[in-house]
Design a protein around this ligand. Structure first.
Ligand SMILES: N[C@@H](CCC(=O)N[C@@H](CS)C(=O)NCC(=O)O)C(=O)O
Length: 255
């Protein structure tokens, strides 16, 4: 009789361990199979844009941070392009890879319509699309120029390390960031602040709820928060950026 409890205990222990192992294996597998994967550069404001949309829709995802330079070898065969963000849905019946943050917005709205990123009023949606495209193609690029120029000059103290300055200089060379191109970008940003200034007095850029325009603006202008001139001149912009990050459950960028 003394012997039996030991056997039972040992059997129970073994079955307990097996069940823990099975659960762990199941969870591990389901994470790998179920979660979407976002290929990104951790500091890219275009990748932030995709993360805000995923967060807004509360879609579980994982990120893979690619190494700039080597990213081409992973991305080119997948999408034919070299830019991040790229979303891999990793689900049966879904596309293998979606490149470009605007395409990612569209895909996410088809995959999980609620809450929608698109506005139901067609005129407002056209306006939101135009703003999103302009923010993407013109303003996001201007932000990049002004931000990296600042980080290499007045803002060097933010991270003067050799590795950080090396990355900043590679980016400056890659995109042709020179004093002349930065001056043009600064003008474009001043113009953008005028276009977006109505945001100061209304919760959303277009319509009566969050749209692709708000998310694009919050992500693509967020690097300017580190630059005192923008922070001091446009405090309303950074209040909006903070609010949208909260709604989308995305941590704010440093600064
Ligand atoms: N319009 C694209 C722009 C993306 C973009 O410019 N990504 C940059 C990082 S911020 C990139 O991947 N650059 C690397 C390259 O061009 O090879 C989008 O919205 O996804």
């Amino acid at each position: 009789m003394d012997y039996l409890p030991d056997v039972t205990e040992s059997l129970l222990t073994q079955s307990h361990i097996s069940s823990i192992l099975i659960k762990a294996l199941y969870n591990e597998t389901s994470i790998l199979i179920d979660k979407m994967l976002l290929l990104q550069f951790s500091t890219s404001h275009y990748c932030r844009k995709a993360r805000l949309a995923l967060g807004y829709k509360k879609i579980p995802y994982q990120v893979e941070n690619l190494t700039p330079g080597l990213h081409i070898f992973k991305l080119k065969p997948l999408t034919g392009l070299t830019t991040v963000p790229v979303l891999l849905p990793q689900k049966t019946g879904q596309p293998q890879a979606i490149a470009d943050s605007t395409n990612i917005f569209n895909y996410l709205d088809t995959y999980q319509p609620d809450p929608p990123l698109t506005l139901s009023n067609p005129t407002q949606q056209t306006q939101a699309s135009l703003l999103e495209d302009w923010l993407d193609e013109s303003i996001g690029t201007a932000t990049r120029f002004v931000y990296y120029h600042y980080r290499a000059g007045e803002g060097k103290a933010i991270d003067p390390s050799l590795s950080s300055q090396l990355v900043i200089n590679v980016v400056r060379r890659q995109y042709g960031i020179t004093p002349a191109s930065v001056a043009l970008a600064e003008k474009r940003l001043e113009n953008a602040m005028t276009v977006l200034s109505g945001w100061n007095n209304q919760p959303y850029l277009v319509g009566d709820r969050l749209s692709i325009a708000d998310i694009a603006a919050a992500a693509l202008l967020s690097p300017l928060a580190l630059i005192p001139h923008y922070r001091q001149t446009y405090p309303w912009l950074f209040e909006k950026i903070v609010t949208i990050h909260k709604i989308c459950q995305e941590p704010l960028p440093p600064g």
